[in-house]
Design a protein around this ligand. Structure first.
Ligand code: ZN
Length: 320
């Protein structure tokens, strides 16, 4: 009886993502997602059938996360594991290789229809570097990978990529759970339509600020910039796993002065003091962006809240 109430209460906590698969979950498929934006899309594809589990919870950043014993247990019990790939969830690379469970592991960086961008490195960029178009970018991405510079892993911030990811998820789920194939496919179609509407809404918000220069905290936004034609000039950190040096902050101050950056954007999990130092002596305003949704409760709506928040924060700070 007590157990029954506990299980019921557990299912009624809105916004809480699973930390363990229920004992005796019968034939239900056990799917795990690495980070919140990916978990959100997966939860949408699985709506009405099951709830995916999530590894990186709460305010944690995937760039500085380390695997917990409970995460390792989830991975061992899983049928399907979705992650972006080594550039984002560096902490998962070895555990996934060492997995002894039966899980099928799906690296979303390698998905048909997902366009990839090379990691920029350096943290100080030249404006409008996307003029070569999608084909030139794809060549650059392949070249960067070949030379070990790596790919930019923040693929979910391009709505077109999110649609390709949703299609891949539905296909993988249907193969493991054919009884629900048509439901996965219907859910995916509905999600793709919702993402199209989101894309149009964001484009309306962002069109008036396309040329306004800005600085971000870590280099997470390249896919958003490319898709909506935005004008980011650099990032405060080169590597989000390490705080910037004094020399680096001086370079950023010079970049802000030199480019007339309108806004400098912090992120919730990083120090606001760094942004204050970076904007010292300039007229640049400060805003906040949350590209990994650390401040948003997990669930199928998270992706849409995440993207709308980004568009609104950019538009509000850049338009003033
Ligand atoms: Zn990131």
């Amino acid at each position: 009886m007590l157990q029954g109430i506990g299980a019921l209460a557990g299912t009624m906590v809105l916004g809480a993502a699973r930390r363990a698969f229920a004992a005796g979950s019968g034939g239900a498929i056990r799917a795990v997602a690495s980070i919140k934006p990916i978990h959100s899309l997966l939860a949408g594809v699985m709506a009405g059938i099951g709830e995916p589990a999530l590894l990186v919870q709460g305010h944690a950043s995937p760039h500085s996360y380390s695997l917990k014993p409970s995460d390792a247990a989830l991975l061992e019990e899983a049928d399907l594991v979705f992650w972006v790939g080594e550039p984002v969830e560096t902490f998962l690379e070895r555990p996934l290789q060492a997995l002894s469970g039966r899980a099928e592991v799906i690296e979303l960086l390698e998905t048909d229809g997902v366009s990839l961008l090379a990691s920029r490195g350096g943290g100080l960029w030249e404006p409008h570097r996307h003029e070569g178009g999608a084909e030139a970018e794809a060549d650059e991405a392949v070249e960067a990978e070949a030379h070990g510079h790596g790919l930019d892993g923040h693929i979910w911030l391009d709505p077109a990529n999110a649609k390709a990811i949703v299609a891949r998820m539905a296909g993988a789920l249907a193969l493991q759970d054919p009884a629900h194939a048509s439901r996965y496919s219907d859910n995916a179609a509905a999600l793709r339509a919702r993402i199209d509407a989101l894309d149009r809404e964001m484009a309306t918000w962002l069109a008036p600020v396309r040329d306004k220069p800005f600085i971000v905290f870590h280099d997470a936004y390249q896919y958003l910039e490319a898709h909506f034609g935005l004008n980011a000039m650099g990032s405060i950190t080169v590597n989000p796993e390490q705080p910037p040096s004094a020399e680096r902050l001086a370079q950023i101050q010079a970049k802000i002065a030199g480019t007339g950056a309108v806004c400098v954007f912090a992120e919730p999990q990083f120090s606001e003091a760094l942004v204050r130092t970076a904007t010292e002596g300039s007229t640049a305003r400060s805003g906040t962006l949350d590209p990994e949704a650390t401040d948003i409760p997990p669930g199928p709506d998270l992706y849409f809240v995440l993207m709308r928040n980004l568009a609104r924060s950019l538009a509000t700070c850049l338009m003033k």
